[in-house]
Ligand binder design. Structure first.
Ligand code: ASC
Length: 586
């Protein structure tokens, strides 16, 4: 097994005597509390009714969403993933896990590994070194839209405590569902002219939503009929049962393909305490925005009338909503769980009230005592996000390069110096100063590229994500950008075009550490991170159709420091050929 090459157990073979004993005792010491958790997963398409209309989803071990992983900080996850899709490769990305020392386990097809072929098994083995709320999802084509996702919860290490108290907790994994299958969506998005996928049919909470009926029909003036559910249907909501006068933690993660969401619990306030696996200075809200790729923990107290139940709702933000609210029920024990709340579901802020969204993002600060950013940067990369045409097809481009992925994973091409692995025209660090971000581009054409930025190891990188007008006049969209392999500090959000003077607005005192940050329409977002994790890391818009249309780049750093890449990860494309040749010559 290639992965075992990197296992310390094999490396101690020649070590004898005292050194061996010291090593063993170190191993035992680190093993206290920390575990290797072995999981065997099979990915397959299956019939399912996430919203009452039967379709096909990607399931894991017959479950949709996939099984929730629960581990402790410091544990090793050892996941044997077998591809039971009939004719399609697969990979899984562990979203928010930095993969320190295991860049081949990041689960990004063409970037960190080859897609796993039908019938093959790949072992993902990596450490979950930081407590927090995470999730996992497919990272090949539009497999997230196909339903390949699940929750990944990392508790604090044995003997450690969270900086807040709660009596119980629930996971809410949020997603969106289309009735058109993901392959048809890919074809539509790549067509000339492009056919946009439109808004989702249904919002799902833990893989459950309602399309043909509504839980809150009696409160709405739509024609939807009241759902008559026994509770065992695949689309029946997962009800949250709580006791009065307790504090609960909600772990919320959004793996939507498109939708930005607003979440509320009727009549209850929420205190935000964690964002993307990092503690934040607690703050209280009535509802919160959550973008694709983000995760949060909130605390709420069951201090309302216990003879009622309450709504938990999610609604579309940032795009004109054409999808009904997603709903589930907070059930106060001993009230019957089938008692519907006696008032309507929470009303979401107006979809385009961006000042409301900004005020939420601007309330997020790192908890006192969190790591602070370096005060200066070595390199600043300005990334202009534009919507463009290439040969008549609509694309997204970054500094006028629309990302296409090569058949050989970058990690292997760079490690083995394979010149033809991808195009080496590094995209520019800047865009034209005179570009007017408030208007449609004068030249709307763009070009394809492999989008790799080579970063010097251990340097501090600033990224300024610059939003712009899309192809249509007066349109600029929200884009949540997700970085693999690192957390970054979110230094500032701003309006219009970033200028050097905006640096004065950077928060270097207590910026939040995150792995996903949004750019607001016609605005910019400033991020800082240290390129200290050897690997090839995707950095992209987490809206899946936008990534499919080219909205991403790759950051590569310190790859020469990686001792061995497991052969299973790179047995395709040019690295596959290289490995074959090496074998033949032996
Ligand atoms: O990428 C996108 O394309 C459409 C629209 O801009 C063109 O149809 C849309 O809403 C997107 O987010």
């Amino acid at each position: 097994m290639g992965l075992l090459i990197n296992d310390p157990c094999l490396m101690i073979g020649p070590i004898k005597g005292l050194v061996y004993i010291i090593f063993l005792s170190m191993l035992m010491y680190t093993a206290i509390g920390a575990k290797v958790r072995h999981l065997k997963w099979e990915v397959a398409y299956m019939h399912w009714s996430p919203d009452g209309a039967e379709g096909v989803v990607m399931g894991i071990n017959g479950q949709f969403p996939g099984p929730t992983i629960r581990a402790r900080a410091g544990d090793i996850l050892h996941i044997e993933l077998t591809n039971h899709l009939h004719t399609e490769g697969v990979v899984i990305h562990w979203h928010g896990i930095r993969q320190i020392g295991t860049p081949w386990a990041d689960g990004t097809a063409s970037i960190s590994q080859c897609a796993i072929n039908p019938g093959e098994t790949f072992v993902y083995r990596f450490k979950v070194d930081k407590a927090g709320t995470y999730f996992y999802h497919g990272h090949y084509g539009m497999q997230r839209s196909a339903g390949l996702y699940g929750s990944l919860i990392v508790d604090v290490a044995e003997g450690e405590r969270e900086p807040f108290h709660y009596d119980g907790e629930f996971d809410l994994l949020l997603s969106d569902l289309w009735h058109k299958d993901s392959h048809a969506q890919e074809v539509d998005l790549s067509a000339t002219p492009m056919r946009w996928i439109g808004e989702p049919q249904t919002l799902l909470i833990n893989g459950r939503g309602q399309f043909n009926c509504s839980l809150a029909a009696q409160f709405s003036n739509s024609s939807a009929s009241q759902c008559m559910l026994r509770g065992n249907e695949q689309y029946a909501p997962q009800i949250l049962h709580v006791l009065p006068n307790k504090t609960y933690r909600l772990r919320i993660a959004s793996t939507t393909a498109l939708a930005s969401l607003n979440l509320a619990i009727g009549k209850h306030k929420m205190v935000v305490v964690e964002a993307d696996g990092n503690y934040v200075e607690p703050f209280s809200v009535e509802n919160m925005d959550i973008y694709s790729g983000e995760s949060y923990s909130v605390l709420f107290t069951t201090d309302q009338n216990p003879s009622n139940n309450y709504w938990i709702s999610i609604s579309v933000r940032g795009r004109q909503p054409r999808t009904p609210q997603g709903l589930t029920i907070l059930n106060y024990i001993p009230t019957s769980p089938s008692t519907l709340p006696n008032s309507p579901p929470p009303i979401s802020p107006q979809w385009d009230d961006y000042s409301y969204s900004k005020s939420f993002s601007n309330k997020i600060f790192a908890l006192t005592g969190s790591p602070k950013p370096p005060t200066t940067h070595h390199r600043r990369i300005m990334l202009l996000n534009t919507q463009n045409y290439i040969d008549g097809a609509t694309k997204w481009a970054i500094n006028n390069v629309s990302l296409v992925l090569p058949p050989t994973p970058y990690l292997g091409s760079i490690k083995y110096g394979l010149k033809n692995g991808f195009d080496r025209n590094t995209p520019p660090d800047h865009f034209n100063h005179s570009y007017d971000v408030l208007k449609p581009a004068q030249n709307q054409n763009s070009t394809y590229g492999n989008g790799v930025y080579m970063l010097n190891f251990n340097t501090t990188i600033d990224v300024i994500l610059q939003n712009a007008n899309a192809l249509a006049t007066n349109v600029s969209e929200i884009h949540p950008w997700h970085l693999h392999g690192h957390d970054f500090w979110v230094l500032a959000y701003g309006e219009g075009k970033f200028t050097e003077k905006d640096e004065e607005k950077f928060n270097l005192k207590n910026p939040p550490l995150r792995n996903t940050a949004v750019i607001f329409p016609f605005g910019w977002t400033a991020l800082r991170f240290v390129a200290d994790n050897p690997g090839a890391w995707a950095f992209h818009c987490h809206i899946e159709p936008h990534l499919h249309m080219g909205m991403g780049v790759v950051f590569a750093e310190g790859i020469r420091r990686i001792r061995t890449i497991p052969v299973e990860a790179i047995g395709c494309g040019l690295t596959g050929k290289m490995l074959m040749k090496n074998n033949v010559h032996k």
